[in-house]
Design a protein around this ligand. Structure first.
Ligand SMILES: Nc1ncnc2c1ncn2[C@@H]1O[C@H](COP(=O)(O)OP(=O)(O)O)[C@@H](O)[C@H]1O
Ligand SMILES: [Mg+2]
Length: 338
């Protein structure tokens, strides 16, 4: 007779309609009970319409009946809200003391680094007035909206993305909503989006240390913060502000990332610190957290981001960044095996 764990695993591997996600990704299989030759399975219908529900029931029955020792299958469908099925390992927010330092880029690179290690990763673009994640990943498809929940849009590598840009009619529509409404959208991005079962949800915060990032940190259950900065004059002050905000919110800073650290000139095999001397170690001290990456100024990277191809950026940055991230995530007890 098949074990309960094994049956749960096999059912989880059933591809959901659309074929890009499996039932386990959507956390659809809620319970599997085995009683002699009888099996009782409870499944969530969160993103399934009436037709898909019929399919779901049939698919689960068929697969279960094929298993060793199973003679009778009962499938209960339950209508659960996204909030009730979402199971997210860690929520990591990417913060910067000011705009334009590459916060979104770091969010993107970090998500790709984790995804390339085989983790299930999502990006919640919380920069409502300056959303730039969809463009970076070349996403134009609209999220699948059902009455029960919204499915994020998947990138080529399978990163789940939710951004206000994906919901707007036109990419260039300006979002001029103020505080309370922004809070509501973030709440919805958390509670009404079907993230499913996920290892890491990376949040691209609004820039700076104003009300907007504060609202997001108050709204979402953030486990750790990563601060992004560039090596410029006022960096120390800007990073201190971000550190203070994190402390005020009682959030843990798990690392800092220096962006635009240097420009590498291959012809002379030299790194030039064009924005000033690296401040990586100093900022790590100020934040009381490790320096996770030093990202060079790279015109190729800008080109790929503009083309929506950030995932095809091919450098050892991903490996180093991922390794350092794992070190901190493991010590935080947050990294998970899949
Ligand atoms: N390491 C880098 N090399 C080259 N260009 C970069 C780098 N980091 C960021 N940029 C560019 O700088 C601009 C701002 O980056 P972005 O990630 O949107 O910043 P933020 O989210 O902090 O406002 C973008 O056009 C981006 O392509
Ligand atoms: Mg940004």
């Amino acid at each position: 007779m098949i074990s309960q764990e094994k049956l749960q695993e096999i059912l989880g591997n059933i591809p959901a309609p659309g074929n890009t996600r499996k039932l386990v990704d959507l956390n659809t299989i809620r319970e599997v009970k085995i009683d002699g030759e009888k099996v009782e399975i409870t499944a969530a219908t969160t993103v399934f319409d009436d037709q898909a529900k019929i399919w779901l029931k049939g698919a689960i029955e068929n697969v279960a009946l094929k298993q060793d020792g199973v003679k009778e299958v009962n499938v209960n469908l339950v209508a659960l809200k996204p909030k009730e099925i979402n199971a997210i390992g860690s929520v990591i927010a990417v913060m910067s003391g000011k705009g334009g330092v590459g916060k979104s880029l770091v969010t993107g690179l970090m998500s790709v680094a984790l995804r390339k290690q085989g983790y299930r990763v999502g990006i919640l673009d919380a920069d409502i007035t300056g959303p730039s994640i969809p463009k970076m990943f070349g996403l134009t498809e609209k999220p699948y909206v059902t009455e029960n929940g919204i499915l994020p849009v998947q990138s080529s590598l399978g990163i789940e993305v939710m951004s206000i840009n994906l919901l707007l009619q036109n990419d260039d529509d300006a979002v001029i909503w103020r505080g309370p409404l922004i809070g509501q959208i973030i709440t919805q991005f958390w509670a009404d989006v079907v993230w499913g079962k996920m290892d890491y949800l990376i949040v691209d915060l609004p820039p700076g240390t104003s009300d907007a990032p504060l609202t997001v940190l108050q709204t979402l259950p953030v486990n750790g913060i990563i601060i992004v900065f560039t090596p410029q004059d006022l960096t120390a002050m800007v990073v201190r502000k971000a550190v203070n905000m994190a402390k005020q919110m009682k959030k843990n800073i798990i690392g800092v990332v220096e962006n635009m650290s240097y420009l590498y000139i291959p012809e002379i095999n030299k790194k030039m610190e064009i924005f000033g001397k690296s401040r990586g170690d100093e900022m790590a001290r100020i934040a009381g957290a490790p320096l996770l990456a030093q990202i060079p100024v790279d015109p190729e990277l800008v080109k790929l981001c503009d083309q929506g191809n950030i995932e095809s950026y091919n450098t050892e940055i991903y490996g180093d960044f991922a390794r350092n991230l794992f070190d901190v995530l493991l010590t935080e007890g947050q990294a998970k095996n899949i």
